[in-house]
Design a protein around this ligand. Structure first.
Ligand code: SF4
Length: 175
């Protein structure tokens, strides 16, 4: 990822400890292209995909080197840090970051806008995942309840990214 704004990281590792960093589909694709496997570096938490912690630190943090192993490809949220988003305050500089005072008002505004867009994208993707999960659950319920009754029924169920489409149901002999 190219650097849009100056980097002033002291490598303290605070932001990589017990990370809750949310990641988008673009972050995931970039990391998978580098050969990392999603199930190893991420967890799903309430339909939000986050970086996984291992022994208290982000999967990608090297405690030996005190460095991020994927610094140039790190998730956008890590790139924007120490600008973080609080629900009732908007974009702020995380007071835990020792380099936080180096963030100018202009940088806060710029990164804040990017972060806002990024978080909305993740939120949309989460809603999308919930819809798919719901759809799949509906199929499972359908199979468990309707199909055993309709032993002669043949119908197909197609899952589209955001919706569940049932083809016309044939008449069920059990109805
Ligand atoms: S991806 Fe890198 S910068 Fe982001 S939390 Fe993990 S180790 Fe830290």
């Amino acid at each position: 990822m190219g650097e849009m704004l100056g980097v002033r990281c002291s490598n303290c590792g605070i932001c990589c400890e017990e990370t809750m960093m949310e990641i988008s589909s673009e972050d995931i694709e970039r990391l998978e292209e580098k050969g990392f496997r999603l199930e190893e570096f991420a967890v799903i938490d309430d339909a939000v995909t986050r970086l996984r912690n291992v022994d208290g630190y982000c999967y990608f943090y090297s405690r030996a080197d005190k460095k991020c192993r994927i610094y140039n490809d790190r998730p956008l949220g890590c790139y924007l840090y120490p600008v973080v988003y609080l629900a009732n305050e908007g974009a702020i500089v995380d007071e835990l970051c020792p380099m936080g005072q180096t963030i100018s008002e202009q940088e806060l505004r710029t990164k804040g806008k990017i972060l806002d867009k990024h978080l909305k994208k993740i939120e949309n993707e989460s809603a999308h995942k919930i819809r798919i999960a719901y759809s799949l659950e509906s199929i499972a319920t359908l199979k468990a309840t309707v199909l055993p009754l309709c032993f002669r029924s043949h119908f197909t169920v197609t899952v589209f990214p955001s919706s569940l489409i049932y083809t016309t149901l044939p008449k069920c002999p059990a109805s």
